[in-house]
Ligand binder design. Sequence first.
Ligand code: CS2
Length: 489
Amino acid sequence: MTRLCASTLARLPQSVRRPAYDRARLAPGIVHLGLGAFARAHLAEYTEDALERRFDAWGILGASLKRPDQRDRLKPQDGLYTLLKRAPEGPGLRVIGAVLDVLVAPEDPVALLKRLIAPETRIVSLTVTEKGYCHDPATGRLDPAHPDIRHDLEKPDAPRSAVGILVAGLRLRRKEGLGPFTALCCDNLPANGHVLRGLACDFAALSDDRLSSWIEANGAFPATMVDRIVPATTEADIAEVATLIGLDDSAPVIGEPFRQWAIEDVFAAGRPAWDQVGAQMVSEVAPFEFMKLRMLNGAHSSLAYLGYLAGHETVAEASGDAVLARFLAGLWAEIAPTVPAPQGVALADYAKALLARFQNPAIRHRTWQIAMDGSQKLPQRLLGTIRDRLKAGAPIDHLALGVAAWMRYVTGIDEKGASIDVRDPLAAELQRRAGAAGRNAEALMRNLTGIEAIFGRDLPGEERFTRPVAAHLAALFDRGARATAASLG
Ligand code: CS2
C-alpha cells in the first residue's frame, strides 16, 4: 500500500480531515522535546487547529531524546500522521500537518542546540514523562547525582537530559544576546512550570551562578494542565488506520475525543492562537492541575494497580467491573474535598465524566501501561491528597488501598503467581526492598515507605497512613484485589 506523505495527501478519502493551510509555507517556531504519542495527539492537534484559525510560523520540530523510532517513522511521511479519535459512537480521523521534522538528540546534539538558538524558535515544549526531569519526585528538586545530570555537567555542549538541553539552549541564547524561548512543560507534574524553572536554575547554578540568575529573571515557564487519554499505539491500530485511510501510516496516534489544556499565559516571545481553539488561558493553573492530577491520574493509577491485579487488561474493563467502579466512587469522594474546584466546575460532574471516559469501550488503554513509573507518579497523584486528608483528620481508606495496590504490584508477582513486568526507574530498588519482605505485609510496607524520594520523611512515621496501607496489603495478599476493594463497601 502507498505510504502517507505530502505527495499522497490528496489521495485521502473525503472523510479524513487534513491540513487546511499551506503546509509548504509553514516554518518551525516550536521545538518539542520528547515527541511521543501524547504530544502528537494533544499539543500538535491544538497547534494544528491554531494554524487553521490563524496561520503563523508555529510549525513543530520534534526532538527525540533517546530512540530514533519516531523520526524513522515520521520522516518518510514528511512529518504527517493520523490522529484516530475513538469515541463509543465511532472513529474520527484527521491527518495532522503541524510536525515538520524530527531530530534525534543523541545522534546529533549540536543540530538540536542550533535549533534552540535559532531566533525563530520561540517555544520549547516538553513531554518527557515524570522521570524525564531527573528530579526527586517527593520534593520536585533536581537530583544532582542523576547520571544524566552528571553527564550534562561534564559535557554541556552535548547534553542528553531535558533540563541539560534546555539550559544549554538558554545559555547559548544569552551569549548571543538573544532573549529566552518559553519553556512549556506539558507533563503531569504538580506546578510543572514552577518546578521546571527551579530545575533549570538549579542545574545552571551548578556551573554558572550568573546564568542561573539570568534564567530566574528572564525565563518564561508557564504552568500547564494537559489532558487527553492517549494509549500506546498498537500494531492492530496501525492496520486499522491503513484500512480507514487507504494509505500506510507507520505513526498514527490514538486518542479519546475529549481534550483539555489550561495554560498560564506568560510567554516570552508569543504563542500560537491556542486560546481560540479551546485551550484555557488562565492566571492560575493550580485548581485545574489539582483536579486533573488528583481526580483523573490518582484514580487512573489506583485503578491500574487494582485492575491489573484483578486480571483486567484495560482501563475500560477495570472501570466496567462493578466492584472497581464502586471503589472509584469512594476514591473520588475522598479526593474531591482536597481539590479547589476551578470556577464553573462541579467536581461531582467532573468525576461522572471521568468514569464515562475511563469506560469508553473504544479505547484500549492497558492497565500495565499506566502502572509504569509508579515511583514517579505516586507523590502527586495520591500522596499529596493523603497528606491533605490526614491534615483535615479525614479517612483515607480508598487512597490507602491505591498505595497498597502499588506495593502489591511492585512485588513483581501477580495473583496467579505469574511475574509482572514492573517498569520503573527505581525498579531495581523496588525489587530489592520487596524481595527482602516477601509476603509479609508489614515488612513490605515498611521497606517501601522507607524510600524517601517517594514518601518523604513524614509519611513513614504517620501511623494513620502506615496502618491502613499495611492492613490493605495483607488483605491483597490473602484475598486478592477484587475482594479487598469489595470489602471497602
Ligand atoms: C495516565 C496518563 O499513563 C498514565 O499514567 O494516567 O497518561 C493519562 O492518560 C493522561 O494524563 C490523561 O490526560
